[in-house]
Every structure is written in structure tokens, then in C-alpha cells.
Design a protein around this ligand. Structure first.
Ligand code: FMN
Length: 200
């Protein structure tokens, strides 16, 4: 019997709005790196999201919120990549995370992050906060896919906005593949649950 190739949907979300961002470089490089077995979908437009207001979290939702939630809903797993600002998450990225709460698409979704900080403190505060917020959203944090892969600005090609260093590319690829595996396992367990445990 021919082997069945399974394609995973991976959402890649950058927490930076900066031109030439190292975090966005991780996302763009992964889109290029992950081969035929992954459908990567990047979300780089957090600056287009309105300020979160519970009063606006009703139908009809703002179009950009619909787009963000749709990407998360379609994904088998979500990978975040964010800088640290003033010891915490950037406000615009926290705003994005706040919009994920009411939608529920992220509940039980395997999530991870690549911490691209090359600062001595390793953006610890931001990633501690990211863990806290993702806990509140109900996402399933895949510990093995929460890694630090420092990306110095010099490792980003200014033309393409992608990472050129082979070792860094290998590091981010490995983390993404760990998360993809978790996403596919979850897809199987949801399907088995829907089948009533049949089809072993
Ligand atoms: C307003 C501001 C505050 C920052 N605060 C921190 C910080 O608390 N800790 C840190 O490690 N880096 C801090 N940085 C540095 C950024 O995290 C760093 O430039 C990072 O590369 C930005 O990510 P990006 O390249 O994806 O935009 C700060 C930068 C700015 C502009």
C-alpha cells in the first residue's frame, strides 16, 4: 500500500512590526524552509488589528480579526516569534493575543515559540508572559517546541528579510518540525475521537 503523505497547516505569527525584524525573518525563513509536507501560513499584520475591545468582539467582527482567527482555525499548530519590549510582550502583540481569546480557535491547539533574542537576558520576561497568556487562551503549549535560537541582526539578509546562517536555519527548522509533529498527532486524536475510537 502506498504511504499516505500528510500535510500539516502551520500558522506562523510574528510579534514584531519592525521593518527588517529578526522575528519576522524567522517566520519568512520557515515559510521557505518547510518543504512539501507543510502548508505554512504567515501572519505578519498585527499592526492592522484594531485595539481589542470586548464590545467589538461581536458579529460582525472586524475583517482583520476574522482573517487572524481563520488562520488559527485552519492551523494544526501555531508558532509564535516575538521580541521583548520593556521586559514584556510588545503591546501590539499582546493585543493580537487578546483577540484570540474570544474566538476559541486556539483552545487545545498545539503552540510553541522560537525566541530569537540575541540579548544576554534572552527576552525572558516576554516569553514568561507569552506562556502566561497562552495558558489563559487554553492553547496546548508544546514544551519541546518552545526554544531559543538567537538570531543576530547580521544573520538577516536585508534584501530578502530571511535568515542566511545555515546553523540558525537548521535550529528554527527543527523547532518547527517538532511542533508540526505535535499538531499532526492532535489532528489524529481529534479524528479518532470523532470516529468513536474506531479505525485503529
Ligand atoms: C522600546 C523597546 C524596548 C525594548 N526592550 C527590550 C527588553 O526589555 N529586553 C530586550 O532584550 N530587548 C529589548 N528591546 C530590543 C528588541 O527586543 C530587539 O531590538 C529585537 O531585535 C526586536 O525584535 P525584531 O528584530 O523582531 O523587531 C527593546 C527595543 C525597543 C524598541
Amino acid at each position: 500500500m502506498a504511504a499516505v503523505t500528510r500535510t500539516a497547516n502551520l500558522a506562523l505569527i510574528s510579534g514584531s512590526t519592525r521593518h527588517g525584524s529578526t522575528n519576522t525573518a524567522v517566520v519568512l525563513s520557515l515559510v521557505e524552509l518547510l518543504g512539501d509536507t507543510t502548508r505554512p501560513v504567515s501572519y505578519l499584520d498585527l499592526a492592522k488589528l484594531p485595539h481589542f475591545n470586548p464590545d467589538d468582539d461581536v458579529e460582525p467582527l472586524p475583517a482583520e480579526v476574522v482573517r487572524l482567527r481563520g488562520i488559527i482555525a485552519e492551523a494544526d499548530a501555531v508558532l509564535f516569534c516575538t521580541p521583548e519590549y520593556a521586559g514584556d510582550l510588545p503591546g501590539s502583540f499582546k493585543n493580537l493575543l487578546d483577540w484570540t481569546v474570544g474566538g476559541m480557535e486556539i483552545v487545545d491547539k498545539p503552540v510553541g515559540w522560537i525566541n530569537a533574542s540575541s540579548s544576554p537576558t534572552g527576552a525572558e520576561g516576554a516569553h514568561r508572559a507569552l506562556r502566561t497568556v497562552l495558558g489563559y487562551t487554553g492553547a496546548e503549549i508544546v514544551e519541546a517546541a518552545c526554544v531559543r535560537v538567537p538570531v543576530p541582526r547580521a544573520a538577516v539578509d536585508p534584501e530578502s528579510g530571511r535568515i542566511t546562517d545555515p546553523a540558525v536555519r537548521e535550529g528554527i527548522g527543527e523547532a518547527a518540525r517538532t511542533l508540526i509533529d505535535a499538531g499532526l498527532k492532535r489532528r489524529d486524536s481529534v479524528r479518532d475521537g470523532e470516529d468513536g475510537g474506531e479505525g485503529q
